[in-house]
Design a protein around this ligand. Sequence first.
Ligand SMILES: C[S@@+](CC[C@H](N)C(=O)[O-])C[C@H]1O[C@@H](n2cnc3c(N)ncnc32)[C@H](O)[C@@H]1O
Length: 357
Amino acid sequence: MATVHLSGFSAVAVLKTGPNIGRNFRSSFFKPLLTSPSASSTVKTTSGGKFLASSTAAIVTEPDSISDVQGVSTSKNILACPICYVPLIWNGDPVLSVDAAPRSSLQCGTCKKSYFGNEMHLDLTVGSGAKEYGEAKPASTEIFRTPLVSFLYERGWRQSFSVWGGFPGPEGEFELTKKYLKPVLGGNIVDASCGSGLFSRLFAKSGLFSLVVALDFSENMLGQCYEFIQQEENFPKENFILVRADISRLPFPSRSVDAVHAGAAIHCWPSPSAAVAEISRVLRPGGVFVATTYILDGPYSALPLLRPLRQNIGQISGSHIFLDERELKDLCDACGLVGFTCTRNRRFVMISATKPS
Ligand SMILES: C[S@@+](CC[C@H](N)C(=O)[O-])C[C@H]1O[C@@H](n2cnc3c(N)ncnc32)[C@H](O)[C@@H]1O
């Protein structure tokens, strides 16, 4: 047994090892002893209202101050302001869970912006709360925000990747992913651009992680994920949260995340380099990035105009077609990740890279 300190809170952690390490983390970590010295401080919200930061209701997260256990971060609350990148003051249930989101609000101690949850997810986009201002993202992001595509995604769309792209299918991909994630099992994981949460749900049910953050820019995709969870009996909702965020502005402090998974998403990101740089920023030293995408090489790469055509398609659609593995390695290298590896099957590729220790 060990005691860890969470920004003035004491929490009892029972350390166990073995195959169910994630489950043990989930059930035993951070039972607050309610000894916060700042238990009665008040915090102003931007709307002028106030909420009480009491010992049972507010946790000021300082991931860097949390003890490291067996090489994996034990931070329970890793949410940060997407503007200032400092940990948010959490006002809500002391346990992170899908059900806690509607009862929660968070505030940045630096810019004082407040962030809220709707009944399904926490909105941690920079634009959250804006009433008059809005901006459209490129088509490769916007298309997934539509209710129709979000509905169809796990009802045929995703399955088609196996047929035309050589994707191994959810179970095969999950098994492969777990191999790449071995060094960080027991830590927290962000399923970046999770869509309707196909893999986020598998990560949660595996019990292999202390916290699963299912993150996407699409409110409708997150809504689908929420519905799938509600339909499942005994889904482990504790230490599982749905977060709306932009991949190029991740709401986590630097060096706070053990693993980032991004299934079939890099090619949908408006700027893969801005996104991978953000992933590199939030990964702790030794943290692992694992992602899948597809590569248009083989006979296609012989087409003389493919590279300039790719740039034009990218400019219009916002999506990025990778033409060979070297590009993906280069992208990871350029963003400060090392130890690039990949597994191929026809157009499908799974890549992994690590934040240097
Ligand atoms: C093809 S889906 C992949 C879903 C899931 N990860 C999977 O493996 O099936 C691509 C996802 O990227 C998300 N996405 C696109 N642009 C994004 C952005 N700027 N920030 C965060 N997510 C984004 C979309 O909303 C969509 O859910």
